[in-house]
Design a protein around this ligand. Structure first.
Ligand code: B4P
Length: 182
């Protein structure tokens, strides 16, 4: 059974939804950089104040800030972990590689949640989070295409990529992921 997982996909592809299911079923650490950053905003911490406007515009938070959060959390004892929403660009992917070499916990599988753009937009508008309005969604999708999509090739070249059709109901997707983790 794979213990070190990563979920990759456009905003709204369902990374958070699927990562939460796998985490619950296996008691793995669920490390969502988006959730961790939103918590900082809720607490009104110095970091939260720094990232609030950036996130509300749908832009990416600086690599250094995100990397600090990831390192702090991956260091904890765990049965396994799931990275959700990190890395989001090649620089973050290289930093992750160094962190994992130091921890001696290599990444075992990457699930790429693939979904048509019109479905994403509908899902995000329905969710209605603060950064789920049409303008911000457009910014997030443009950034995703430019900076995050190249990671599909990056992980495919490392023979870690597993394609998941994310335009199905959450339970079916989850069963598919479970089979591929075995
Ligand atoms: P994230 O929190 O990562 O959020 P996301 O990509 O928008 O959503 P996700 O793919 O997890 O979709 P979800 O399961 O919720 O990012 C938010 C912001 O944080 C970024 O814009 C950026 O500013 C910042 N950030 C985060 N990580 C960063 C990093 N590494 N570097 C820099 N900045 C970073 O699903 C979406 C909706 O669809 C939900 O309502 C869900 O219920 C629904 N849904 C899910 N699966 C479904 C299914 N199968 N069928 C129907 N509906 C489904």
């Amino acid at each position: 059974m794979k213990k070190h997982l990563l979920f990759l996909g456009a905003p709204g592809a369902g990374k958070g939804t699927q990562a939460a299911l796998v985490s619950k079923a296996n008691s793995y650490l669920h490390l969502s950089t988006g959730d961790l950053l939103r918590k900082e905003i809720e607490m009104n911490s110095t970091l939260g104040k720094e990232v609030k406007d950036i996130m509300n515009r749908g832009e990416l938070v600086s690599d250094n800030l995100v990397l600090e959060i990831v390192k702090k959390n991956l260091d904890q004892d765990n049965n396994g972990w799931i990275l959700d929403g990190f890395p989001r660009n090649l620089s973050q992917a290289n930093s992750l590689n160094e962190v994992l070499i130091n921890l001696n916990q290599p990444l075992e599988i990457v699930f790429y949640l693939d979904i048509p753009e019109e479905v994403l937009i509908k899902r995000l508008l329905l969710r209605g989070r603060k950064d789920d309005n049409e303008e911000t969604i457009r910014t997030r999708l443009n950034i995703y295409k430019k900076t995050t999509e190249p990671l599909i090739r990056y992980f495919d070249d490392l023979s870690l990529l597993n394609y998941i059709d994310a335009n199905r109901d959450p339970k079916t997707i989850s069963s598919d992921i479970k089979l591929k983790m075995a």
